[in-house]
Design a protein around this ligand. Structure first.
Ligand SMILES: *[C@@H]1O[C@H](CO)[C@@H](O)[C@H](O)[C@H]1NC(C)=O
Ligand SMILES: *[C@@H]1O[C@H](CO)[C@@H](O)[C@H](O)[C@H]1NC(C)=O
Ligand SMILES: *[C@@H]1O[C@H](CO)[C@@H](O)[C@H](O)[C@H]1NC(C)=O
Length: 348
């Protein structure tokens, strides 16, 4: 990453770093003894630690190195000492025992495809995810190849992402097209190969997510579930809970499913997932969730971890943005050399 440093960016970087470093000092003060309290760690070990933390924060090893070189060890320590730690004990960034470094990662798997609403939905979703700590966003395009526009979009969000694609025209199914299955399975494959722990969540791009939802799912032990709003004519799809216990499912369409739930209504622990090497989603319209959850067998509905206060809160909504028709073609001759040419590439 090329960094051209103007005076303002330098100031900005310094300020953010001061902030980050104080957070680090505060949250790892048990594992990183400070010089005044006796230092058991070798200098070089401390440097390595610092680089790892910095890398995790900025999500880019080269940038981390540049920042470290620019700032220097003495200055960072100084900054950290000078800013009152008490300030941070009131910080609202972390929730209770959460810190940036012991939070389980949430892998958010989102299938997407080109359509008039795509960028609008992705914008809304990304601006929610920007507020969630320690996530990986796996955005998987249903397309022959990854689009540059989506690459650029992801890059701009600052979210840690994995950009993949999966071509659903290379059919694995018959009849009606279960959109997103290929993409979700591709995401599953990536997680199996690249993640060891944390939590997997299938989050479609047409939902609305409450930030609390991510706090609820982050400590999922096997499979957790919660209500999803605006699903079918019942208005909500949810496990039915009585006296704190699972007693059934409420969903407008049961269809003989063992797990009649919405895609947005559950999360899976990755360690648990990896004990089920054959778990995958079937290419069967309407049975995507059910087939996946059944493939986690042995796993019974009674084993579900109930979230959202015994499933009394709706923290995710299946928004169902109005489907828009494709826009009219642009007269490229008439509008040559105008902004409309560029704008038109964002609208389908
Ligand atoms: C993201 O943007 C940076 C800076 O503009 C660029 O160097 C980098 O290659 C981009 N990465 C991707 C994946 O597009
Ligand atoms: C704190 O961490 C433990 C596991 O280390 C977890 O079980 C618990 O739910 C966490 N608390 C909150 C509020 O997230
Ligand atoms: C769920 O319900 C049970 C039984 O009523 C109760 O003991 C428990 O505290 C509830 N949990 C939450 C998170 O509300």
């Amino acid at each position: 990453m090329r960094v051209h440093l103007t005076a303002t960016t330098k100031m900005w970087l310094l300020t953010s770093l001061a902030f980050f470093y104080v957070i680090i000092q505060y949250h790892v003060s048990n594992t990183w003894p400070l010089p005044t309290t006796g230092n058991d760690l070798q200098e070089s070990e401390m440097d390595t630690q610092r680089r790892i933390w910095l890398k995790r924060i900025v999500g880019d090893s080269k940038l981390a190195e540049e920042i470290q070189n620019m700032i220097g060890e003495k200055v960072t320590q100084d900054l950290a000492y000078r800013i009152n730690r008490q300030l941070l004990s009131h910080s609202c960034i972390f929730h209770e025992n959460e810190s940036l470094f012991n939070l389980p990662v949430i892998y958010i798997v989102t299938p997407t495809y080109r359509r008039p609403e795509q960028l609008a939905e992705l914008t809304r979703m990304s601006q929610t995810l920007m507020h969630v700590q320690n996530i990986y966003w796996l955005l998987i395009e249903d397309a022959k190849e990854k689009s540059q526009m989506i690459s650029n979009f992801l890059n701009r969000t600052g979210i840690r992402f994995i950009h993949l694609h999966s071509d659903s025209t290379q059919g694995k199914y018959k009849g009606a097209k279960p959109r997103g299955v290929g993409s979700r399975n591709k995401g599953l494959k990536w997680i199996r190969e690249n993640a060891n722990d944390g939590v997997l969540y299938f989050a479609d791009d047409d939902n609305t997510y409450d930030l609390q939802l991510f706090k609820e799912m982050r400590y999922t032990k096997k499979v957790s579930m919660w209500p999803v709003g605006l699903v079918t004519q019942t208005g909500v799809s949810s496990p039915i809970v009585k006296n704190g216990k699972f007693v059934g499912f409420y969903d407008g369409w049961i269809g003989g499913r063992k797990f009649p739930v919405d895609m947005a209504g559950f999360a899976i622990n990755i360690k648990f997932l990896k004990t089920r090497p054959n778990a995958a989603m079937a290419y069967k319209l309407g049975y995507e969730e059910d087939s996946f959850l059944k493939s986690l067998a042995p796993f019974e509905p009674q084993n579900i971890e109930l979230k959202a206060d015994n499933c009394t809160k709706i923290l995710v909504w299946h928004t169902q943005t109005k489907k828009n028709p494709s826009s009219l073609p642009l007269d490229k001759k008439k509008y040559a050399d105008t902004n409309l040419i560029e704008l038109k590439q964002y609208v389908v």
